[in-house]
Design a protein around this ligand. Structure first.
Ligand code: CMX
Length: 435
């Protein structure tokens, strides 16, 4: 039976000629045009990145390697008795495009468990942070300090051929991914539950179950963790976190530099931090109501008040999506099954009834529907992770799966240093014919 790495190498060898041919024979084929509004407006929608790991259709939502999210959840292998699939299986799918078979899982699970050793200096760095630090800042630093472990840098200094870059990048990527849940759980315990003594991983547990164990959480938090990591894994290449990772790695910076940068991008309130913003904002509403469940009218007033203050409604809108995010829908389905009467879930459901109409009436947001962040905090809260500053760390662990698999393929296909061209405002005014 071929290992994941052997299967990946076969895929890489089969893929390379396609990319080479496209550049050599069809390099001048036009795929998009750029307007002034796009150049000033965050390059929104410009088709200029390539990835085969996932594709985001504005109406349908994300597909991982051609599979919709419901298909991913249905088709990936699951631990015995679990509702949600192995995260390790998603890693296999994103890297190879193939669904892992049961026999592939044994090798994968052992490989991941063997890579969970964390050098002592990582704990020391985490411990040295002030307890008021944001967990995303700590996570970024913890990943950064691991940079000295990079295999890629050792191979690069030895002068290894470009064609081999993917190999050490694969090793670095798998090493880091296997460690991410441990680092996340340690940060959680340090900041919020120092009474939890340091816990070593249990090698018999998979990615999601070991994370739950290290967080000190009972079942079904293992399934919550698997679901959470899988829904957040990838959203093609143009979002801030994925793009930052790709950009930094394009300078041949190793995956530790790239991942730390990706985490920093995810930490912004317009991106990954929106999940904690949703909870903070909802608690503002609850406080205003003095604990009473708001009526539909009271909720509408609160939404309008937020908009009239010039703020955004967190968890709503999207740069690409134009319908309810399937990542929202999957979490909602989970809640309907496991916590239908939870007051916070009810509040979130009520929001879903009022916000889209208001955003349409408000007339600015191109997408009035909820995104992934509108729902993720509620699930965590229900299972006792009420420290909402931590939610983006969970997002970052999940997002690492997609970003790291992209970085392996970036190296495999020799993607170039990113270097778009800038213009001045004078130049734009000349092009517009007003100067
Ligand atoms: N509430 C109020 N106004 C909103 C809005 C919302 N939820 N979503 C968009 N708008 C506004 C924008 O601020 C913008 O206003 P200006 O013209 O005054 O600048 C206008 O509508 C047009 O924006 P858009 O083209 O629809 O959306 P963008 O691509 O510029 O931004 C996003 C996308 C996600 C940043 C935006 O919808 C937003 O701020 N949402 C709230 C924060 C959030 O949930 N972020 C998480 C996204 C998912 C993720 O990456 O994790």
């Amino acid at each position: 039976m071929a290992t994941l790495k052997e299967t990946l190498f076969e895929k890489i060898e089969a893929h390379r000629p396609r990319t080479t041919r496209l550049v050599k024979e069809f390099g001048n084929t036009v795929i998009d045009q750029v307007t002034i509004a796009q150049a000033i407006g965050g390059m929104r929608g410009i088709k200029s990145l390539v990835t085969d790991i996932s594709y985001l259709d504005p109406m349908e939502g994300i597909r991982y390697r051609g599979y919709t999210l419901p298909e991913v959840f249905e088709k990936l292998p699951k631990p015995e008795g679990a509702e949600m699939p192995y995260v390790e299986g998603l890693w296999y799918l994103l890297l190879t495009g193939d669904l892992p078979k049961e026999e592939d899982m044994d090798e994968l699970l052992t490989d991941f468990a063997n890579r969970r050793t964390i050098p002592r200096y990582v704990w020391d760095v985490i411990d040295s942070f002030p307890s008021e630090s944001h967990p995303m800042a700590i996570l970024s630093a913890a990943v950064m300090v691991l940079q000295r472990e990079s295999r890629f840098n050792i191979e690069y200094r030895k002068g290894v051929s470009k064609m081999e870059y993917w190999d050490s990048t694969y090793e670095d990527a798998t090493n880091l991914l296997a460690k991410m849940p441990l680092i996340g759980a340690y940060i959680y315990n340090k900041l919020y539950h120092p009474e939890n003594s340091h816990r070593y991983p249990d090698p018999s547990l998979d990615f999601g179950a070991n994370f739950a164990y290290m967080m000190g959480k009972e079942k079904p938090y293992d399934d919550v963790a698997r679901m959470y990591f899988i829904v957040h894994a990838d959203h093609e290449s143009g979002n801030v976190s994925a793009h930052t990772g790709h950009l930094v790695a394009s300078a041949l910076s190793d995956i530790y530099y790239a991942s730390s940068a990706m985490i920093n991008g995810l930490a912004g309130p317009l991106h990954g931090l929106a999940n904690q913003e949703v909870l903070r904002w909802l608690q503002g509403l609850q406080e205003q109501m003095g604990g009473k469940v708001p009526s539909t009218e009271e909720m509408k007033d609160y939404v309008w008040k937020t908009l009239n203050n010039g703020q955004v409604i967190p968890g709503y809108g999207h740069a690409v999506l134009r319908k309810t995010d399937p990542r929202y829908a999957i979490q909602r389905e989970f809640c309907l099954k496991h916590m239908p009467d939870d007051p916070l879930f009810k509040l979130v459901s009520k929001l879903y009834e009022v916000v889209p109409d208001i955003l349409r009436e408000h007339g600015k947001a191109k997408n009035p529907w909820p995104n992934v962040d509108a729902h993720s905090g509620v699930v965590q809260w229900y299972y006792g992770v009420t420290e909402y500053d931590f939610y983006t760390v969970l997002f970052a662990i999940g997002r690492s799966i997609g970003v790291l698999s992209n970085l392996v393929w970036d190296r495999a296909l020799g993607y170039a240093l990113e270097r778009p061209k800038s213009l001045t405002t004078d130049m734009l005014e000349e092009m517009a014919g007003i100067k």
